[in-house]
Design a binder for this molecule. Structure first.
Ligand code: ASP
Length: 318
């Protein structure tokens, strides 16, 4: 029997260590711990990795500190367009949605696509109509808005209308990572007691992004991938580079075709391949033996993991 493990991330980015008050840091760390505990409950009851990552990402979407679901960033036209993906390593079944504006929990819509449609990827109004048919909760687009995100958009637009900011862009002092340079996608990877792997990723994208722009997060193989034979991966970073690198699948492919370890494969991706194409960011990943890695090439990444029965480990900076 494998000891179940769950890992989560809440985005990578630059440090604002000096300006961060202990209280603010505590707020982020407490949120990460509570969300890990929520996901771990699923695994502790003998639940599937797939259910644990669904629950962890749903909780991250509900938390306004992170750029997914409630608290998502704004597009150039001051709207929210949300993307999410999920993959089951047992079967390599997967589901994604992109550009949704009214689905409260995009990750639940992605899971419904996987389980209740013959397809793997829906976008825009059709994705919303499908989620509605599936009985998922819908909200007014303004539900996702928070004053902090609105200020981030204003700030990005003040520095030039073409400034597309990796996630939240509030004052640097308001969060441990510099919100002007933070990628705030959320994600989870898990292995359950049966040795099944699963991955899930959800995002509001990037502040001041062009309407209709889709990043890596909902793209299977770029922002999310799971295969019981190799690993489960969820990424965060500059989506365009992660798509060009086919990032999440690259880790699995290195393991499968080159016999590399999870540690070697993710190190190569994050510290060699992505920097070569201006790919700032990081990832979380678990292999079939339950090893966890959380590499990033930015100053920090909100992250944490929990091995069933142990205390959760959370971190922000290096
Ligand atoms: N990868 C996300 C995107 O490009 C951004 C992020 O990680 O914050 O949409």
């Amino acid at each position: 029997m494998i000891k179940p493990v769950l890992a989560i991330h809440g985005g990578a980015g630059a440090i604002a260590r000096a300006q961060t008050t202990p209280a603010v840091r505590q707020q982020y760390e407490d949120a990460l711990r509570a969300i890990l505990a929520g996901g771990e409950r699923v695994l502790a009851q003998g639940g599937l990795a797939l259910d644990a990552v669904t629950e962890a990402v749903r909780l991250l979407e509900e938390c306004p500190l992170f750029n997914a679901g409630y608290g998502a960033v704004f597009t150039k036209t001051a709207e929210h367009e949300l993307d999410a993906a999920i993959m089951d390593g047992r079967t390599r079944n997967c589901g994604s949605v992109a550009n949704v504006r009214t689905v409260r929990n995009p990750i639940l819509a992605a899971r419904a696509v996987m389980e209740h449609s013959p397809h793997v990827f829906f976008v825009g109004q059709s994705a919303e109509a499908f989620a509605h048919e599936q009985g998922l909760e819908r909200v007014e687009p303004s539900y996702f808005s928070t004053p902090a995100r609105r200020e981030q958009l204003a700030s990005a637009q003040r520095s030039g209308s073409e400034s597309i900011v990796l996630d939240h862009d509030a004052a640097a002092a308001t969060a441990p990572l510099d919100e002007r340079d933070k990628m705030g996608t959320v994600g989870a990877v898990a292995i359950d007691c049966h040795g099944n792997l699963a991955a899930a990723t959800s995002t509001g994208g990037m502040t001041n992004k062009w309407p209709g722009r889709i990043g890596d997060s909902p793209i299977i193989g770029a922002g999310c991938y799971a295969n019981n034979a190799t690993c489960a991966v969820s990424t965060t970073g500059k989506g365009e580079a992660f798509i060009r690198a086919v990032a999440a699948y690259d880790v699995s492919a290195q393991m499968e075709y080159a016999g590399r370890s999870l540690q070697q494969a993710t190190h190569d991706l994050i510290h060699n391949k992505l920097p070569a194409i201006d790919g700032a960011g990081g990832l979380i990943a678990i292999d079939a033996q339950g090893n966890v890695v959380m590499p990033f090439n930015t100053e920090g990444m909100y992250r944490g993991y929990i091995i069933q029965g142990d205390a959760p480990i959370v971190a922000i900076h290096r």
